[in-house]
Design a protein around this ligand. Structure first.
Ligand SMILES: C[S@@+](CC[C@H](N)C(=O)[O-])C[C@H]1O[C@@H](n2cnc3c(N)ncnc32)[C@H](O)[C@@H]1O
Length: 285
C-alpha cells in the first residue's frame, strides 16, 4: 500500500500584507504591476504552488519565497504562474503583411552579403509569434533564395520557453495559420488520435530561444536586429518601465530597423529615436 502525506488544508486566503510583499517584489524584479485588484488572480494562480509545496497559508508561501532556498528554487515556478502567456499564431496579422510587403523588399536589399535578416520576438511566450515570423520569412526566402533569416525568441517564463522549444501545438491553436502554410510548415502526428501538430524542423532550426528578463538583464549581449516584435508585453508594465524597456530595445535595433508593438500599446510622449509609420509600427531613425 502507498502512503502519501495528506495535503494541509488552506487556512486563510492571501492577506493584503502577503499580497503587498509579493507584488512589490514582482514589480521590482520583473516590472509587472499588480494593483490590489489583482489579489484574487494572484491567489488563484499561486494556489497550486501551495498545494505542491504542502504549505497551509499564503503567509507560509511568502516566507518560503523570501527565504534563501525560495530565492533559489521558487522564482522560476512562481513567475511561470504570475505571467500571462496568452498568444496566437498570426496575432494582429496586419503586422506580418506589413513585414512581408513593405519591410522585407526594402531591408533585404540593404543586408550585407551573406548576413541574415534578424528578428527578435521579445516576450515570445509559447512560440506562436516567432514561428509565425518564421513562416513569413521562409515564404520570402522561397521567392528570394539568397535571402536568409534568423529569429530570437525571449521570455521570462521557463515553462513558456520549454513549450516554444518543443513546438507542438493543439490543432485548434493553428486555426489562424493559412492552409498553404499549414501544408508546408506543420507536421501532423502519425497517430490519428493525437490532435497536435509540430512545426517543421526547417523552421525550428531558424528560431533560438533564451530566457531574458526585460527588467534585470542586459540586452547588449544580444546582436542587433533588423526588426523587433515586442507585442502585448508592455501592457503589464507602468509608463516609466515601458519607456526604459523601449529605450533598451531601440539600442538593439539597427538604424532603419522596425519596431512592432501590440495594438493597445503606445509610445506617445516618450523620448525615443523612433518615427511612427503605422499606429503600432515604428522605424528607428
Ligand atoms: C501576453 S504574452 C505576449 C506574447 C506575444 N508577444 C504575443 O503578442 O502574442 C506576454 C509575455 O511577456 C512575458 N513577460 C512579462 N514580463 C516579462 C519580463 N519582465 N521579462 C521578459 N518577459 C516578460 C510573459 O512571460 C509573456 O509570455
Amino acid at each position: 500500500m502507498n502512503y502519501t502525506t495528506p495535503h494541509k488544508p488552506l487556512d486563510l486566503g492571501m492577506t493584503n500584507t502577503d499580497f503587498s510583499r509579493l507584488s512589490a517584489f514582482i514589480y521590482k524584479h520583473y516590472g509587472i504591476k499588480l494593483p490590489l485588484s489583482k489579489k484574487l488572480m494572484l491567489e488563484g494562480r499561486l494556489h497550486k504552488r501551495l498545494k505542491l509545496l504542502n504549505l497551509s497559508s499564503y503567509k507560509a508561501y511568502c516566507d518560503y519565497v523570501f527565504s534563501e532556498d525560495g530565492q533559489q528554487m521558487e522564482l522560476i515556478p512562481m513567475m511561470d504562474l504570475v505571467t500571462t502567456n496568452k498568444t496566437d499564431f498570426f496575432r494582429e496579422a496586419v503586422h506580418f503583411n506589413f513585414l512581408f510587403e513593405e519591410v522585407l523588399p526594402v531591408l533585404s536589399k540593404q543586408l550585407p552579403v551573406g548576413k541574415p535578416f534578424r528578428v527578435w520576438s521579445a516576450g515570445c511566450s509559447t512560440g506562436e509569434e516567432p514561428y509565425t515570423l518564421a513562416m513569413v520569412l521562409s515564404e520570402y526566402h522561397r521567392k528570394n533564395t539568397e535571402f536568409d533569416y534568423q529569429i530570437l525568441g525571449t521570455d521570462i517564463s521557463t515553462r513558456a520557453l520549454n513549450a516554444a522549444v518543443t513546438a507542438v501545438y493543439q490543432q485548434e491553436k493553428v486555426t489562424p495559420v493559412p492552409l498553404s502554410f499549414k501544408q508546408k510548415y506543420l507536421l501532423k502526428s502519425k497517430d490519428p488520435q493525437n490532435k497536435t501538430v509540430r512545426i517543421v524542423p526547417e523552421l525550428r532550426s531558424k528560431v533560438n530561444f533564451e530566457r531574458l528578463n526585460f527588467i534585470e538583464d542586459s540586452y547588449s549581449a544580444l546582436q542587433s536586429f533588423d526588426a523587433i516584435f515586442c507585442r502585448n508585453v508592455l501592457i503589464y508594465f507602468d509608463r516609466q518601465t515601458q519607456e526604459s524597456v523601449i529605450q533598451k530595445l531601440c539600442l538593439q535595433l539597427k538604424a532603419g530597423g522596425f519596431l512592432f508593438l501590440g495594438h493597445s500599446e503606445s509610445v506617445a510622449q516618450m523620448d525615443l529615436p523612433l518615427v511612427q509609420i503605422r499606429p503600432t509600427i515604428f522605424r528607428k531613425v
